[in-house]
Design a protein around this ligand. Structure first.
Ligand code: SF4
Length: 403
């Protein structure tokens, strides 16, 4: 007997209800929010200045690291006016340890702008917030919604992951289409949250940071969105979002000169105001992009190894102290640190150090002539974490009995 044909239709899963998502996130956050110093409320309200500072610090830095530095920074600059009135060098020094010093300079400029153009009050609209230096779409959305309870979306890596999994959308997290899609979905969720938008948005990020974590083991069993989540229902959490396309990493080789005077001071110089590690301090360095140790130009090797060189370091013996490698977000950096002792650190002569390379090849030209300083003074002026690591390794080597 012929079997009757049956029409089988596979129904696409219903997208989760945005009001339900918003309500559950806000309720969950009210019970489970981590106690973080910038979340303190005064008479039920968040401190807008604390919101601005914490958002600047949290960009590309882990919460645990920010907690270590936040209190100290707020003690040093307790109000927006205190920050706006400070010297930039004091602000970057207080930022030491957080890295990405451009954020400190932008935060300082933003405080000045709020003082001078917004009557000292942080604006509450995304449009005005985005006029502030260093405030992009995410930060403006975060401050507007979390601090001022405006129905604005915010999207960071956590939000992309949670929403992609909720809807079982498989795109890569850094794909532009995925990002546009996430901004649209999050705008719907934020609107649906109504007066609970602050708790909803912060809850969404908190959930991504603590429960819906990257990789194969999100804690779905305790997730408030479990029954709405299509990826969890289909067992696809570990595949969503798709891995980011790997980008080729840049390489940077740095020859650093640890030039010590008889009084224990070393020579330091300030980097130019733009570009990588802008405005920070360092011992004199030669930067060689896309170069491995074997590819360092022969003229530079000869200059380092031949004390009979001409110029202000004539007859100074330069000894290789250590090689230090650091992995930054977008590049791998290798430092070769050379030590030399000078009877007198005379900055008027020493600003012409050329490293044996034609001057044009010295990619970093200091903003001002080098000055002598103690290593502690160098740290307090503001130094990148990478240079600080190279310096620490050099000092350890100098103190070792084998040296
Ligand atoms: S159920 Fe699991 S995958 Fe879905 S949002 Fe919650 S933690 Fe993430």
């Amino acid at each position: 007997v012929p079997l009757k044909k049956r029409n089988i239709t596979v129904q696409a899963p219903q997208p989760p209800d945005v009001s339900e998502i918003a309500g559950r996130l806000a309720a969950w956050f009210a019970l489970h929010a981590r106690d973080l110093p910038w979340r303190k409320r005064i008479r039920g309200k968040r401190n807008p200045y604390a919101g601005l500072v914490s958002e600047a610090m949290l960009q590309q830095t882990q919460v645990s690291r920010v907690i270590e530095k936040y209190g100290e920074f707020m003690q040093r600059f307790p109000t927006l006016h205190a920050l706006a009135d400070a010297n930039e060098s004091d602000v970057t020094a207080a930022w030491a340890g957080l890295g990405y010093y451009r954020r400190a300079r932008n935060l300082h400029k933003a405080a000045i702008m709020v003082r001078d153009q917004f009557g000292g009050k942080l604006p509450n609209s995304v449009e005005d917030l985005r006029l502030l230096p260093g405030v992009g779409r995410y930060t403006a959305g975060a401050i507007a919604s979390i601090v001022f309870n405006q129905p604005e979306p915010l999207v960071d890596g956590n939000v992309v992951r949670v929403l992609s999994r909720l809807y079982a959308r498989p795109g890569a997290a850094d794909d532009n289409v995925t990002l546009r899609w996430t901004w649209d979905r999050e705008a719907e969720v934020a609107r649906a949250a109504g007066p609970d938008v602050a708790a909803c948005n912060e809850g969404l990020m908190e959930l991504g940071a603590t429960i819906c974590t990257p990789g194969a083991t999100p804690r779905c069993d305790i997730c408030p969105l479990r029954t709405l989540c299509i990826a969890a229902r289909e067992g696809k959490q570990s595949q969503i979002p798709a891995p980011k396309a790997s980008k080729a990493r840049a390489r940077l080789h740095i020859i650093m000169l640890y030039l010590e005077g008889k009084d224990g001071t070393i020579l330091i110089e300030q980097r130019p105001p733009g570009g990588l590690w802008a405005g920070l301090w360092q011992p004199p360095c030669l930067e060689l992009p896309d170069t491995s140790p074997e590819q360092v130009p022969a003229s530079v090797r000869t200059w380092l190894n031949t004390p009979s060189r001409t110029g202000p370091l004539r007859n100074v013996i330069l000894t290789l102290l250590c090689t230090v490698t650091r992995t930054l977000t977008h590049r791998d950096v290798t430092f070769e640190v050379y030590h030399g002792t000078l009877p007198k650190l005379d900055p008027s002569e020493l600003h012409t150090i050329t490293f044996g390379a034609p001057k044009a090849k010295r990619t970093i030209t200091s903003a001002a002539r080098p000055i002598p300083a103690t290593p502690a003074q160098l740290t307090s002026r503001g130094i990148s974490n990478a240079h600080a690591a190279a310096l620490t390794a050099a000092q350890t080597k100098l103190k070792s009995p084998q040296h």
